[in-house]
Design a protein around this ligand. Structure first.
Ligand SMILES: NC(=O)c1ccc[n+]([C@@H]2O[C@H](COP(=O)([O-])OP(=O)(O)OC[C@H]3O[C@@H](n4cnc5c(N)ncnc54)[C@H](O)[C@@H]3O)[C@@H](O)[C@H]2O)c1
Length: 317
């Protein structure tokens, strides 16, 4: 029988690409999304006979008894706004989906004896005082600021995973994902690579926040999704938190210049006030992913960006 997999947040950047991969691998995919930041057009072209889409909230208790979710083998719980633009516009919904929604998905995993991957975030480290960040670092997160609804909701989501693992032996794994990109990011999504590439291709100002010395590490989407799929596969990863990200770190100003060069752009680079609580550095230690999953990223920023720019160019023309 074909393996049945549930993806919440299926109409988003990572969910839609993951659905495509799993359908190509022969799975039956049930996708749940409330279309709050995702787009139905992201699901165009997915094999209709093995893909079931439900426009629903991941917090809905109806999912626990849904007939399409019997014989469920795996759950990827991705539902959550991820871009500050979206999570700051819907802070209570962001808290709900990562707490109530995560508990709902853990309960479903427990009842169906399914494996579950929860997508947490590098934001769980806040503005880190330890650099680079291993999973054992407990973070420097502010409860009293504009990023708290996302960062702290993800941290509580992790706690729920811990409780289901320790109390019910649910086969749960947590991925702390670091910035991931590709042309699959909508150009109005508000994340740094989609902003810079869109601005560069339109020859508009490339807007850098702060002086651009703050760093991030960027992982191409295929690398991140391979990490998530391996995490699901490996029993050794049950009950573990694992960083999934690219360990090469770039100052944001360097990223802006690289995008400008690769896009052959006439844009100027302009500087704007740094948003509150913006992390100054960000780089994963990925030893645990290497050891437990045999995973590390293979796509360089130059080649991933070149691909992203060419795809965006086609979309913007
Ligand atoms: N892409 C990254 O760089 C990154 C980094 C760290 C963590 N993550 C995490 O990975 C997951 C996917 O991220 P993404 O980049 O694809 O984000 P995205 O915003 O593109 O997709 C998220 C999807 O979840 C859906 N959604 C939101 N609330 C929902 C709810 N209550 N019920 C059902 N659907 C809901 C949205 O409509 C959207 O389609 C998120 O949980 C995010 O926090 C992503």
């Amino acid at each position: 029988m074909e393996k049945k997999v549930l993806i919440t947040g299926v109409a988003g950047f990572l969910g839609s690409q993951l659905a495509k991969d799993l359908l190509e691998a022969g799975c039956v995919v049930v996708g749940v999304d409330n279309l709050s930041s995702g787009k139905i057009t992201n699901l165009k072209g997915l094999s209709e006979d093995r893909f079931i889409f439900k426009e629903m909230d991941a917090c809905s208790r109806k999912l626990l008894t849904d007939a399409d979710l019997h014989n469920l083998a795996e759950i990827y719980h991705l539902a959550s706004a991820a871009s500050p633009k979206y999570y700051q516009a819907s802070p209570f919904e962001t808290i709900n989906v990562n707490t109530v929604g995560t508990k709902n998905m853990l309960e479903l995993a427990k009842r169906r004896q399914a494996k579950i991957v929860y997508t947490s975030t590098s934001e769980a480290y806040g503005d880190p005082e330890m650099h680079p960040q291993p999973e054992s670092y407990r973070g420097n997160v502010n409860t009293w600021g504009p990023r708290a609804c996302y960062d702290e909701a993800k941290r509580l989501g992790e706690v729920l995973c811990y409780l289901y693992y320790t109390q019910y032996q649910t086969k749960v794994k947590v991925a702390r994902i670091f910035n991931t990109y590709s042309a699959g990011l909508a150009n109005d999504d508000g994340r740094v690579i989609s902003n810079f590439v869109t601005q560069a291709l339109k020859d508009e100002d490339i807007t850098v926040y702060g002086d651009g010395t703050q760093t991030r590490s960027f992982c191409y989407v295929t690398d991140t999704l391979n990490g998530l799929k391996l995490l699901m596969e490996k029993d050794e990863a049950n009950g573990e938190i694992i960083n999934i990200g690219n360990p090469i770190e770039y100052p944001i100003i360097e990223l802006a210049n690289l995008v400008k060069t690769l896009a052959n752009s006439e844009s100027n680079i302009t500087f704007h006030p740094l948003p509150e609580d913006d992390p100054k550095v960000r780089r994963p230690v990925i030893d645990k992913a290497k050891e437990l999953l045999g995973w590390e990223p293979v796509i360089t920023l130059d080649s991933g960006l070149a691909e992203t720019i060419e795809e965006y160019r086609k979309k913007l023309l």
